[in-house]
Design a protein around this ligand. Structure first.
Ligand SMILES: C[C@H](O)[C@H](O)[C@@H](O)[C@@H](O)C(=O)O
Ligand SMILES: [Mg+2]
Length: 398
C-alpha cells in the first residue's frame, strides 16, 4: 500500500458546446468545418445523411470530464468523448471502485471497473467512461508524485515526437512541417464509380501539390466494403498512397484479414480507433488484420489498458500509432519504440493552421511546431482544465 493520500471524490461533468469548438468530442464543430464536409461513412447509403456526420449524430455524446480529488485536495482530471451517458456510468457505477482507495492501485481499479461493467460494456461508451476515469487517475498520480505521466511509463525513448497531420489540406500540412497528411475520404460505395474517380482525382491533386515523398493517406472511417476498399487501394497505390485507414466495419476482422492480403505490396492497412481493450486488439493482431493499430487512449481503456495493447503489438512487430488524442497519447507514444510517430488532428475549420486539438477545454495544451513536439515534463499530463467552459455535473452525488 503506498503512502499517497486516498481518493476522496470522483466527479463527472459534461460540457455544453457553445460553438467555440467541440473539445474532446472534436467532431462537434460548426458549419463549414472540414471534419464535417461530405465525409464517407457507413451512413452515406442514406442520402439524407451523406453531407454531414452531425446529421446522423456523430456529435451526439459530447465531452466527458472526469475529476478525481485526493484527500489532500490535489485533483487529477481528463477529458474524453462520452457526455451525459458516460457521466452516469462514472458517478453511478465506476466511482465506487475509486472513492476511499489508494490512487496507486491503477491495475486493481481498472480490473474492477471493466469486469463490473462487462455485462453491458466491453467496448464503446462504457470503455470510453473507463478510459476517462483511468486517464484522470494517471493525471492525479502524476500530480501527487510530481512526475509527468511519461516518466511513470518508463521514460522517454526519444527527445521529441514527430507528427503526421489529419485534415483536408495535406498540402498545408507539408508547409507546416508535418511528415505526412491523412485525408478524409469524401466518397464511398454509395456514390459508385463517379465517387471513386473523384477520390482518385483528389489524391492526384494532392500528390502533385505535395510531391512524391510526402506521406499521403486516406481515412475511410468504416465506410467501405472489401471489394471497394481493395479497388481503391490498388488505384491509390499508383499515386503512392501510404496507408488505407479503417476501411471496413471494426467488427469485420475477416474483411481486414482479406484486405491486408489483397492490398498492393507496400501499402499499409491500418485500423483500431474504434476497437477497445487488449482482447479486441489481440483479435486484430492474431488475425493479421493490419500493419498499424491505432487505438484511441480515451476510448480503448485508458493508459492502463494501452500498456497491454501496445505490448501485444510490439511482440508481433506491429506499430502502435494512437488515434489523435492530444496529450493523453503524447505521454504514451514518447515512451514506446513501436510508436515512432504520432497523429495530430487539424482542428482549424480549413485544416490550414495548427490549433490545440481539444480547444477550448485544456489550458496549456501543447501543439506541434514544424511537425514536432517535446512533451512537457510537468506533472500528470501537464494541462489544466479550462474552468471558464460551461461545465455541468448531471449526476452529482452528495
Ligand atoms: C478524419 C476522420 O474522418 C475522422 O474524423 C478522424 O477523427 C479519425 O478517423 C482519425 O483517424 O483522425
Ligand atoms: Mg481514423
Amino acid at each position: 500500500m503506498s503512502r499517497l493520500p486516498r481518493i476522496k471524490h470522483v466527479r463527472a461533468f459534461v460540457v455544453k458546446n457553445d460553438g467555440t469548438g467541440g473539445g474532446a468530442d472534436y467532431h462537434d464543430q460548426g458549419d463549414g468545418h472540414w471534419i464535417d464536409d461530405h465525409i464517407a461513412t457507413p451512413m452515406a447509403k442514406y442520402p439524407e445523411y451523406r453531407q454531414s456526420r452531425r446529421s446522423f449524430g456523430i456529435n451526439v455524446l459530447g465531452t466527458l470530464v472526469v475529476e478525481i480529488e485526493a484527500e489532500n485536495g490535489v485533483v487529477g482530471f481528463a477529458v474524453t468523448t462520452g457526455g451525459e451517458p458516460a457521466a452516469y456510468i462514472v458517478e453511478k457505477h465506476l466511482a465506487r471502485f475509486l472513492e476511499g482507495r489508494d490512487p496507486s492501485e491503477v491495475e486493481k481499479i481498472w480490473d474492477q471497473m471493466y469486469f463490473s461493467t462487462q455485462y453491458y460494456g466491453r467496448k464503446g461508451l462504457v470503455v470510453n467512461a473507463i478510459s476517462g476515469v483511468d486517464l484522470a487517475l494517471w493525471d492525479l498520480l502524476g500530480r501527487l508524485r510530481q512526475e509527468p505521466v511519461f516518466a511513470m511509463l518508463g521514460g522517454a525513448v526519444r527527445d521529441e515526437l514527430i507528427f503526421y497531420a489529419t485534415g483536408a489540406r495535406p498540402d498545408k500540412a507539408k508547409e507546416l512541417g508535418f511528415i505526412g497528411g491523412k485525408m478524409p475520404l469524401h466518397h464511398g460505395p454509395a456514390e459508385g464509380e463517379e465517387g471513386l474517380h473523384k477520390t482518385i482525382a483528389e489524391l492526384e491533386a494532392m500528390r502533385n501539390a505535395c510531391g512524391d515523398d510526402f506521406w499521403l493517406m486516406f481515412d475511410c472511417w468504416m465506410a467501405l466494403d472489401l471489394n471497394y476498399a481493395t479497388r481503391l487501394a490498388h488505384e491509390a497505390h499508383k499515386l503512392g498512397l501510404k496507408w488505407i485507414e479503417e476501411a471496413l466495419s471494426p467488427d469485420d476482422y475477416w474483411g481486414y484479414q482479406a484486405l491486408k492480403k489483397n492490398a498492393p505490396k507496400g501499402m499499409l492497412v491500418t485500423t483500431g480507433e474504434h476497437e477497445a481493450t487488449r482482447w479486441g486488439f489481440r483479435m486484430l493482431l492474431e488475425m493479421e488484420c493490419c500493419d498499424i493499430i491505432q487505438p484511441d487512449v480515451g476510448w480503448c481503456g485508458g493508459v492502463t489498458e494501452l500498456q497491454k495493447i501496445s505490448a501485444l503489438a510490439d511482440a508481433k512487430g506491429v506499430l502502435m500509432i494512437p488515434h489523435g488524442s492530444s496529450v493523453y497519447s503524447y505521454h504514451f507514444v514518447v515512451t514506446r519504440h513501436n510508436s515512432p510517430f504520432a497523429e495530430f488532428l487539424m482542428m482549424a475549420p480549413g485544416a490550414d493552421e495548427v490549433v490545440p486539438m481539444f480547444h477550448p477545454q485544456l489550458i496549456g495544451e501543447p501543439v506541434p511546431v514544424n511537425g514536432r513536439l517535446k512533451v512537457p515534463d510537468t506533472p500528470g499530463f501537464g494541462v489544466e482544465l479550462n474552468r471558464d467552459i460551461a461545465l455541468h455535473r448531471p449526476y452529482a452525488r452528495p
